[in-house]
Design a protein around this ligand. Structure first.
Ligand SMILES: Nc1ncnc2c1ncn2[C@@H]1O[C@H](COP(=O)(O)OP(=O)(O)OP(=O)(O)O)[C@@H](O)[C@H]1O
Length: 479
């Protein structure tokens, strides 16, 4: 078997460079402060902070762009009421909410027949009189955006030509996406106007905004509320902080959000939404939402129970590729996703597979989010049969119909340790998609064998060895 040692070396160098730059990000420099005392500063903390934020924001945007349906979830919604003695309302239909007719029309025009799980509890709370504050957490795609958009639209009095609802989003692109939902849902409510407080949207000094809803990023909103006085924060009735987990990845955004919140009247309704709920999000949420009701919907557990997992022992990248070809030669694979560690490996592999006659899609870090969404969409529609991607690029993507997943490189975190969460998410299935699946892991070094062993230990599940030179054996795995 010919070894493309040059390409391999380049790839290894790239992987090494990536690990090295990650190490640099963590490196602490020690330098004296103005008084001569020694203080530690995280050399690249800000850069890492920015990258982490971009990563999370891009992931969130990607999810929004590729999702057209609700994510099902069979878990129970947990509700913690501020006043445990008040009755807990939940609705099974939009009619029960007594929405303005033009809003109900908007909801139905969007194809919503009934409230989603989180909406069943969140909507009655948000639309109650007097308005209630809410902190809500549920994974992406469960209907949070639609819920708070409906709450904002319900509270607006169109005759009052000034901002009454303020919604903060972590990035310009995410703000635009939420704006689109407002426009869609408010389609039959033409008198209702929306303004975007995002970079580049310059207004004349001294101007006052007449739109009813303002959606924007914290920095610009803060400027509009304080320095530029385009908005009178004292007139805001509903304040929404969306994607809190993405928001707090940037220290500046946290401070700006808190400063905006402090300018709002006491009786302003405060709503905060997040896909995850780690400690830092919770602390931030408590800062911006006083006396909250809390709603949580746990992510549906993924399991490896219905998945057949194998590993193939190889000694080089070319051998991995050959093993892959052998698998393709022996069994019929409707659609597969293949994960690589670096962009270079991913594009090399995509090119090699194309040469073999496969219809291949490549998802790569150089693409902007919209391009990535388009690639995923085509793959979903079955236009391509193989999706090759880098680990980072595909984090958080669900392509449910894919029954075969190949880890051309095993998922590792920035420290080079097994990334068990990614492994599970990539390969595991929730109850809904309980179909059987097949996962093949390519192992080409002692190091990757060690990673594989640790993954096995973590999940307490044996990963069987597969000899890809034995056609009969490969055929067996398909049954
Ligand atoms: N009650 C509903 N019935 C049917 N579809 C709905 C309902 N509510 C929302 N959707 C749709 O489900 C998808 C996800 O909803 P939404 O964007 O509100 O979720 P989310 O939790 O805010 O997720 P993200 O944070 O990724 O935006 C959207 O396509 C939305 O139009």
């Amino acid at each position: 078997m010919a070894t493309d040692s040059w390409a391999l070396a380049v790839d290894e160098q790239e992987a090494a460079a990536e690990s090295l730059s990650n190490l640099h990000l963590k490196e602490e420099k020690i330098k004296p402060d103005a008084n001569g005392a020694v203080v530690k500063t995280n050399a690249n903390a800000e850069k890492a902070d920015e990258e982490e934020k971009e990563d999370r924001a891009a992931q969130s945007l990607l999810n929004k762009l590729i999702r057209s349906n609700l994510v099902d979830n069979t878990n129970q919604v947990e509700v913690l009421q501020r006043d445990p003695n008040s009755p807990l309302y939940s609705v099974k239909s939009f009619e029960e909410l007594r929405l303005k007719p033009q809003l109900l029309q908007g909801v139905y025009a969007m194809g919503f027949n009934r409230p989603s799980k989180i909406q069943e509890n969140a909507l009655p709370l948000m639309l109650a009189e007097p308005p209630q504050n809410l902190i809500a957490q549920s994974q992406s795609g469960t209907g949070k955006t639609a819920a708070f958009v409906l709450a904002m639209l319900s509270q607006v009095e169109p005759a009052n030509r000034y901002p009454q609802c303020l919604c903060l989003s972590p990035t310009y692109e995410l703000a635009l996406q939420t704006g689109k939902v407002i426009e869609q849902m408010g389609k039959f409510y033409p008198e209702l106007k929306l303004a975007y407080a995002v970079r580049g949207n310059k207004l004349e000094r001294g101007q006052k905004i007449s739109e009813h809803i303002v959606i924007g990023t914290p920095g610009t909103v803060l400027d509009w509320c304080s320095k530029l006085k385009f908005i009178d924060p004292k007139k805001i009735k509903v304040f929404v902080l969306d994607e809190a987990d993405v928001m707090i990845a940037t220290q500046g955004h946290q401070d700006q959000s808190v400063r905006i919140q402090r300018m709002l009247p006491r009786n302003c309704q405060m709503l905060l939404f997040s896909a995850t709920f780690e400690d830092s999000v919770w602390k931030f949420a408590q800062k911006v939402v006083p006396d909250p009701n809390i709603i949580k919907l746990k992510r549906e557990e993924e399991t490896l129970d219905t998945i057949k997992q194998y590993y193939v022992l190889c000694s080089s990248r070319d051998e991995k590729f050959q093993a892959l070809c052998n698998i393709y030669g022996a069994i019929t694979i409707a659609q597969a996703m293949i994960f690589c560690h670096t962009r270079k490996t991913a594009s090399w592999l995509a090119a090699e597979l194309s040469k073999e006659g496969h219809q291949v899609a490549l998802l790569s870090g150089e693409m902007v989010v919209e391009q990535r969404a388009a690639v995923i969409e085509r793959f979903r529609e079955g236009k391509e049969k193989v999706l090759v991607t880098t680990n980072v690029c595909a984090r958080g993507i669900d392509v449910e119909q894919v029954s075969v997943v190949i880890n051309f490189d095993l998922p590792v975190d920035k420290g080079g340790n097994p990334d068990n969460e990614t492994y599970l998410h990539r390969i595991g299935r929730t109850g809904r998609f309980g179909k059987r699946g097949l996962a093949v892991n390519m192992v080409d070094s002692k190091h990757s064998m060690n990673i594989l062993n640790r993954i096995q230990e973590h999940f307490n599940k044996k990963i069987e060895r597969l000899d890809t030179d034995d056609l009969d054996e490969i055929e067996k795995i398909a049954n």
